[in-house]
Design a binder for this molecule. Structure first.
Ligand code: GLN
Length: 540
């Protein structure tokens, strides 16, 4: 019998619902249950692929190519699992399924209505995901905040499921408690959020009280009394140093015990030792490893930047913790490097990451940075666009092709070292943008005796992609003759997957056409990030 744990947010967005959902999953998993997690986004877009990352945060990519919300990355990282498109839905995708079924006479001539048919389709998708993942417990996070018009149908779906499967459904409200002048945590907004749920026919079983400080007894009493709950069901969730601490913090208030009891489940075991060790490392690591991320400046501040590159940041952290180092991450604005004097400041860093991107802004600055890193032997990791730009830099500097470029920026260049695949070109011409990039997991062969092989110690790897352009095969031989090594490529050798410089000429200089950051895990850093940080940490 599947058990369902729904997570909804109250008061305001950005209170850490995704991490709370992932942490609850982790806690249940630590009790020996098979857990999967689903994200429901209340927008009409079919997926997150067409959305601007500066507004919506990173587009996370799954093995099967699904472009989804960054919370899915948290689920994979906390639960150490690979999710699929079945674990992600939007208002748009639910409506699309219902409409397709209606067109196929799947409703047998009945009038198809928002209630119940849309809600039932939501539940149908949840059960399919649970079955596909062989999950005993499914965590379902509903995007947005209660009280919004947008997610009301998903709340209705929970109400219906509670009637169908009493005892198997648990609703957790992740709320926020603002702090008033004298430091008092205010509970009233949380009370309103619970009332809003009541109006939708729902009663929260658990309140997770996010706040700048722990809840005192008085506040717990107030929330419990006003939201018709028991005090033990109000969980204190103060800000912590690292998101990986959150499951342990929830456990301090016995969240695991509370959930299992409510769902009538016995613990099969209880073990979070590895995770505890990780958190100890996070707290005790003192010696820093200073990493710069060179991006285009979005003009919206560090917070937005961090959200757009969340998996890159986490991957750097995982690798740093592996070496018991304290990750110190800095944002470097690509545009600042158009002035050659500014390149000098790159020596202040132990390593530089040039992450993925699209379009021409900041590109010449990034290329100048990569040249400097190559010449000054500063560890460099290029991700997707970062790898493409490294190839362009190499062609310009070492093959003397001054106009080498990607046709993404200069379609007329005489030296298109990075070019679009013919099949991708057709899609663009047809304005077929959504979900049409080279997406998801593809295999790559790794060449022996290379930096990549030393990292992976495997001949065949699988990594996730999200791009339209590729290294132009016409330049591969020339680039290799000039010293660039293509250490990873598609098994048919048509597409170049990893470009690197040998250890004998550079401590670490590598770029991948794929996005390794999507597969890094807290207890298992990605091999490329690990080797990059190893070189960066060894510099001093
Ligand atoms: N803009 C490049 C491409 O489409 C790189 C994309 C990326 O970095 N994800 O190929």
């Amino acid at each position: 019998m599947t058990k369902y744990i729904f997570i909804v947010g109250g008061v305001m967005s950005g209170v850490g619902k995704g991490v709370a959902a992932a942490s609850i999953g982790k806690i249940i998993q630590s009790r020996g249950y098979a857990v999967t997690a689903i994200k429901i986004d209340p927008y009409v877009n079919l997926d997150a692929g067409t959305m601007n990352p500066t507004e919506h945060g990173e587009v996370f990519v799954l093995d099967d190519g699904m472009e989804c919300d960054q919370d899915m990355g948290n689920y994979e990282r906390f639960l150490n699992c690979d999710l699929s498109a079945a674990n992600y839905m939007t208002t748009g995708s639910v409506y699309q399924s219902v409409i397709n079924r209606e067109r196929n006479l799947g409703y047998g001539g009945r009038c198809v209505e928002v209630v119940p048919h849309i809600c039932l389709e939501v539940l149908n998708k949840i059960d399919k995901a649970a079955a596909k993942n062989k999950a005993e417990v499914v965590i379902v996070e509903i995007g947005g905040t209660v009280g919004e018009y947008q997610n009301i149908l998903f709340l209705e779906a929970i109400r219906i499921l509670k009637i169908k499967k009493p005892g198997d459904v648990l609703l957790s409200l992740v709320s926020h408690l603002p702090i008033q002048g004298d430091g008092e945590l205010k509970t009233k907004p949380t009370q309103y959020a619970a009332r809003t749920l009541n109006a939708a026919g729902l009663q929260p079983d658990i309140v997770i009280a996010r706040a700048g400080a722990p809840l005192d007894k008085k506040r717990k009493e107030k929330i419990a009394f006003n939201c018709s709950m028991e005090e033990k069901d109000v969980i204190s969730a103060p800000d912590v140093k690292s998101i990986y601490e959150i499951p342990l913090n929830f456990e301090k208030d016995k969240l695991g015990e509370v959930i299992l009891k409510k769902l009538n489940m016995d613990p099969k075991r209880q073990d979070m030792k590895d995770w505890q060790k990780l958190v100890e490392t996070i707290h005790s690591a003192e010696k820093p490893v200073k990493i710069g991320i060179v991006g285009k400046y979005f003009g919206t501040g560090d917070f937005i930047l961090a959200d757009s590159y969340i998996s890159v940041i986490e991957a750097i952290k995982h690798a740093a913790y592996f070496f018991k180092r304290r990750p110190e991450i800095h944002w470097l604005n690509a545009d600042d490097f158009s002035d050659p004097a500014s390149l000098k400041k790159l020596s202040e860093y132990d390593g530089i990451v040039v992450p993925g991107g699209f379009g021409s802004r900041g590109v010449e600055g990034k290329i100048a940075v990569i040249r400097r890193l190559r010449e000054k032997k500063i560890p460099f990791l290029g991700l997707c666009y970062g790898m493409q730009l490294a190839v362009i830099e190499y062609a310009r500097s070492m093959l003397n092709l001054k106009d080498a470029n990607t046709t993404e920026i200069d379609p007329e260049t005489k030296n298109p070292v990075i070019d679009i695949l013919p099949e991708q070109k057709k899609l663009l011409e047809a304005k077929n943008y959504g979900g049409s990039m080279r997406l998801g997991a593809y295999p790559a062969a790794i060449k022996k005796g290379t930096v990549a092989y030393a990292a992976y110690t495997e001949h065949l790897i699988s990594e996730r992609h999200r791009h339209r352009y590729e290294v132009n095969p016409a330049y591969v031989e020339k680039l290799e003759k000039a010293g660039l090594v293509f250490s990873g490529f598609s098994p048919d050798r048509r597409l170049m997957e990893i470009a690197e410089l040998p250890k004998s000429v550079h401590p670490f200089f590598a770029g991948s056409q794929f996005h390794p950051e999507f597969k890094s895990r807290p207890l298992k850093p990605h091999p490329l990030f690990r080797e990059f940080i190893r070189a960066a940490a060894g510099k001093k």
